[in-house]
Write a protein that binds this ligand. Structure first.
Ligand SMILES: *[C@@H]1O[C@H](CO)[C@@H](O)[C@H](O)[C@H]1NC(C)=O
Ligand SMILES: *[C@@H]1O[C@H](CO)[C@@H](O)[C@H](O)[C@H]1NC(C)=O
Ligand SMILES: *[C@@H]1O[C@H](CO)[C@@H](O)[C@H](O)[C@H]1NC(C)=O
Ligand SMILES: *[C@@H]1O[C@H](CO)[C@@H](O)[C@H](O)[C@H]1NC(C)=O
Ligand SMILES: *[C@@H]1O[C@H](CO)[C@@H](O)[C@H](O)[C@H]1NC(C)=O
Ligand SMILES: *[C@@H]1O[C@H](CO)[C@@H](O)[C@H](O)[C@H]1NC(C)=O
Length: 512
């Protein structure tokens, strides 16, 4: 059961389509079958974009991209009709936030972080194909991207969307029936003694419960009226709350929220920061004639709702040319979006990813060949000329058993900042085989580790805010959260960093 819920199944499926309203009511549960279309993102090179956007340009950016795609597809698909390139729709990639507002965010980023190099978000476009994600083969997209990328007018092109894969089965702990039991005794990740992050200790200090802090979880779907979340008043700010056909989205999103925000009451468990304010933003977004999974737009839109010291949790990863999972920031558009958010002072938390196609953790110091790429880059190796720092906190997964080690499937590398439990994480969820009824599971994955780190960051921020009346920037939180943390048994060799220890931070006087 927990395996189904872990499943970060395939792309797409039935949805419950809920429109964007801040402070929206709890979304309805009925299934509306709106499947995301497959899509790619294209960045024009600066000179091309400038000349096309000038007043006397003879063609538009959209027309140029359409022409280049038609040309590329002519050579790479045997069946031009099936590929449907004749009817692609081109639109700005970052369309949720107005141009003026985005310019303001860039200004804020420059002011807050002198190292921030602004990018021109207007040079990024999205191309929607007529087929759904389920109908398009990744091979075909890879071929198209390879050809498209050879044009001098194209600075970058990539697939749009997220990638999830079910983890291999982990041994389950002796099955308790959490529905009848207060879960707290099973939530070892809250405890101290090197076991967990010492959240329970932090609750004894003002702000340690997350009061005065805000988090946005960005992913595909959530059961916001789960019995142990409904009183947390979590709202959908934008995008769709997408339930899906195979049952992957709601269990996943509901588990992520529960780790941070399960309400302090007599049912279920308790979140790390039950008094933090929680919101969600959906990656599936509608432009033109259909929904598309657009993580970079969702990230920029989420950033537009946040201030210095707030937390954005990115529950997403991407796959390379060989289906190994990588942190989402190896994609260029997502990198641009995350870097803007961190420069604005937002703490961005990002899972390191759940390993290769054989379930073995990927060494992120090595090179990545992205889908449709013609070259490899060591973006995440600080010693490489390719290195680029998004400013996000990268999170690996350790065992629940103490002393901890790295889980076999967790990605690792010098860039991984911290880790947390990646298995046996008791939290809220839904039972997809029982009409999505409220449930509790042992969640896992770097997807499960990342909300523990988000919770720790919110607790730290809450205490700092209560003590100083001012919040820390994401860059400061990234440094601070490691101080006094507990290592895995193999220490530096595991390359997943330490697990934060809130007691060490409090007792060491770091939050005063
Ligand atoms: C949720 O809303 C209710 C009713 O407005 C309020 O009493 C409660 O304090 C809110 N809870 C949180 C965590 O904001
Ligand atoms: C992916 O890239 C690597 C490195 O260039 C290469 O060895 C491998 O064959 C590629 N896989 C596919 C499916 O093209
Ligand atoms: C890139 O393209 C060249 C020429 O087509 C080819 O020889 C090379 O193997 C490609 N490299 C990758 C990583 O796909
Ligand atoms: C961590 O320990 C488990 C249990 O002993 C083992 O199966 C696993 O291979 C270890 N992880 C790594 C990365 O060596
Ligand atoms: C989920 O529901 C099914 C069908 O009612 C039931 O057999 C199963 O035990 C439930 N799983 C859990 C973990 O409650
Ligand atoms: C499934 O759950 C929804 C919401 O609780 C309810 O309205 C609906 O009647 C249920 N359907 C079945 C078949 O039990």
């Amino acid at each position: 059961m927990s395996r189904i819920c872990r499943a970060l199944a395939a792309l797409s499926l039935l949805s419950s389509l809920v429109h964007t309203v801040s402070g929206a009511a709890i979304p309805p549960r009925e299934d509306t079958p709106i499947i995301a279309r497959s899509a790619i993102a294209v960045k024009l090179d600066a000179a091309t974009a400038a000349s096309l956007q000038s007043r006397n340009a003879r063609t538009s950016p959209a027309q140029l991209i359409q022409d280049l795609i038609t040309k590329a597809a002519a050579g790479s698909t045997s069946d031009g009709k099936r590929s449907g390139v004749g009817s692609v729709k081109v639109a700005p990639l970052f369309s949720s936030v107005s141009t003026d507002k985005l310019a303001g965010m860039v200004q804020q980023a420059v002011k807050n972080d002198p190292t921030y190099v602004p990018v021109d978000f207007g040079t990024w476009f999205q191309v929607q194909f007529p087929q759904s994600t389920e109908e398009t083969s990744l091979d075909e997209i890879a071929k198209l991207l390879k050809k498209l990328g050879r044009n001098k007018e194209i600075a970058s092109c990539q697939r749009l969307g997220m990638h999830r894969r079910q983890l291999p089965a982990a041994a389950q702990t002796a099955a308790l029936k959490p529905n009848d039991d207060p879960l707290y005794s099973k939530q070892g990740y809250l405890q101290g003694g090197g076991q967990g992050i010492n959240a329970a200790y932090a609750w004894g200090f003002p702000g340690g419960d997350g009061a005065g802090t805000t988090v946005i979880d960005v992913e595909r779907g959530w059961q916001l009226d789960h019995e142990d979340l409904v009183k947390a008043n979590i709202t959908l700010l934008s995008g769709q709350n997408f339930k899906d056909r195979y049952g992957g989205n709601y269990p996943h999103g509901t588990a992520v929220l529960g780790e941070m925000l399960m309400v302090d009451n007599k049912i279920g468990g308790i979140g790390i920061v039950p008094n933090a304010r929680g919101h969600v933003v959906g990656v599936q977004r509608t432009v033109n004639d259909g929904p598309v999974e657009n993580p970079p737009d969702a990230i920029v839109d989420a950033a537009s709702y946040l201030k210095v010291g707030d937390v954005m949790l990115l529950e997403m990863q991407t796959a390379d040319n060989d289906s190994a999972l990588w942190p989402i920031e190896v994609e260029d558009a997502e990198f641009d979006a995350i870097r803007l958010a961190t420069a604005m002072g937002i703490t961005v938390i990002e899972p390191a990813g759940n390993g290769d196609a054989n379930g073995i953790g990927v060494n992120l110091d090595g090179p990545v060949v992205r889908l449709g790429d013609n070259s490899s880059h060591s973006f995440l190796n600080p010693k490489s000329k390719d290195f680029r720092d998004s400013g996000a906190i990268l999170v690996g997964a350790g065992s629940a058993a103490y002393p901890r080690n790295r889980t076999v499937w967790s990605n690792y590398g010098s860039r991984v900042d911290v880790h947390a439990w990646g298995e046996h994480i008791w939290t809220s969820s839904v039972n997809v085989t029982d009409n999505y009824s409220d449930d509790y599971i042992e969640f896992d994955g770097t997807s499960g580790a990342a909300p523990i780190i988000a919770g720790a960051a919110l607790s730290v921020q809450g205490m700092v805010y209560k003590n100083r009346g001012k919040k820390l920037s994401g860059a400061d939180i990234r440094k601070l959260i490691k101080v006094g943390g507990t290592a895995t048994i193999n220490g530096a060799a595991d390359k997943i960093g330490v697990m934060p220890d809130l007691k060490a931070l409090i007792d060491g006087g770091y939050l005063k």
